[in-house]
Design a protein around this ligand. Structure first.
Ligand SMILES: Cc1ncc(COP(=O)(O)O)c(C=O)c1O
Length: 402
């Protein structure tokens, strides 16, 4: 039996699948903005593992850092108690990129765990119970994070798993009047500064500032989920800088680990200290902040800095927008830096486009709450030539369906 066919059968039998129709593309190696299948078919990775591989696949600087750290030590003892250089160094360097007072970093395994930790911290600090999220928000798949998927759109995912954690409501993103629903009962409001899975929705002028003000008025904490927008994706190291709003807590993951599993929730020392007592060990994690993951994240951050990647993001995103705008199939392009939603206006068209992409060697994806648009969020290292070449392939696929 052919090697690929054996792999396919073993995958179907032994690896749990998340949908009835998995993509079934095998990966043999990856480099820069491309990956290659076992029979060496190249694919443009236009989603970068869903905003993970910002410094490109198999970035030599990251690979070297991983090797070096793995040779020194990997796991010794759970974190927050011992001194591990890669972790301390990465915490210090990330804090330099964040506005004051965001300087105390709690490392986690994933984005969902970062969100869980942030919600617990807000409850613990404010002694309040109500949590508020935004409609069409996605914050992760664990029960607490999932409960923060706004209603009614999030019901499709939540309803089979009820009961959800209690005292949660959602408000419409960009609705200034709805901010009045944030009150003295509210522990925190959790918000993506640019909504990712909603299909790339940017905040209206002044909205995040008004949200900040309302939280301040009633003493609720503001949590930004920058899991998808962080590490340069929107054209600033963090989207919060774009909008001039500092949250009380920020959650990071995805590209934060440079391709390794790593997340964090970050706050001021004053707020973070409340996790130490009543109870002690208010949030604990065996692997969160693993030295190898921190070494990878740190190397990726250094690569971003040394190669001035963030300064190029807006221009590169605009180039994609320019090249794809005007095709008769493209209804609209919503964009923040190198995070683009190319709106085709119908699910049928989108699914047919995805099939054509697969044949032509392009990996894209749609959005959890928007199955009429495809995603472009490539490694930030993508060159102008690669943007032009991948756009040509995209346009060719769209032509086939026009
Ligand atoms: C905005 C946002 N928050 C949280 C998460 C969850 O992160 P993870 O899959 O690492 O748990 C995601 C993942 O897609 C995300 O896009």
């Amino acid at each position: 039996m052919e090697h690929h066919e054996i792999l396919r059968q073993q995958f179907l039998r032994h690896v749990a699948q998340t949908s009835p129709s998995p993509l079934m593309i095998s990966v043999a190696r990856a480099e820069g903005v491309r990956f290659f299948t076992a029979d060496d078919k190249p694919y443009y990775d236009l989603i970068a593992g869903v905003s993970v591989s910002n410094v490109g696949h198999s970035n030599p600087a990251v690979v070297e850092a991983v090797k070096r750290q793995a040779e020194q030590y990997m796991h010794v003892m759970v974190y927050g108690e011992m001194l591990y250089r890669p972790q301390i160094e990465y915490a210090r360097r990330i804090a330099e990129h964040l506005p004051s007072p965001l300087e105390s970093i709690y490392f986690t395994n994933s984005g969902a765990e970062a969100v869980e930790g942030a919600l617990k911290l807000a409850k613990r600090y404010t002694h309040r119970t109500e949590l508020i999220s935004m409609r069409r928000a996605y914050h992760g798949s664990t029960l607490g994070a999932m409960a923060m998927m706004g209603t009614p759109e999030g019901e499709e995912w939540k309803s089979a798993f009820r009961p959800m954690p209690a005292d949660i409501q959602s408000i419409e993103f960009n609705d200034f009047e709805a901010l009045q629903r944030i009150t003295e009962r509210t522990a925190c409001v959790l918000c993506e500064p640019v909504q990712g899975e909603a299909g790339v929705r940017t905040p209206a002028d002044g909205y995040l500032m008004a949200l900040r003000q309302r939280c301040d008025e009633v003493g609720a904490l503001l949590i930004f989920d920058e899991i998808q927008t962080g590490m340069g994706r929107t054209g600033e190291m963090f989207a919060m800088t774009k909008y001039g709003v500092t949250p009380d807590i920020v959650c990071l993951a995805k590209a934060f680990g440079g391709g390794m599993p790593l997340g964090a929730f970050i706050s001021s020392n004053a707020i973070m200290e409340s996790l130490q007592n009543n109870p002690t060990l208010g949030h604990i994690t065996t692997f969160g902040g693993h030295p190898v993951c921190c070494a990878a994240g740190l190397a990726a951050l250094q690569y971003i800095e040394e190669n001035h990647l963030v300064a190029e993001v807006e221009r590169k995103g605009a180039l994609y927008e320019e090249l794809l705008t005007g095709h008769p199939m493209v209804r609209e392009i919503r964009r923040s830096g190198l995070l683009l939603a190319v709106e085709l206006g119908s699910e049928e068209r989108l699914f047919a486009t995805m099939e054509a992409f697969k044949e032509e060697g392009v990996l894209s994806d749609w959005f959890l709450y928007c199955s009429t648009a495809f995603r472009i969020s490539p490694p930030l290292t993508i060159s102008d030539d690669e943007i032009r070449d991948s756009s040509r392939i995209i346009l060719r696929c769209l032509d086939r369906l026009a």
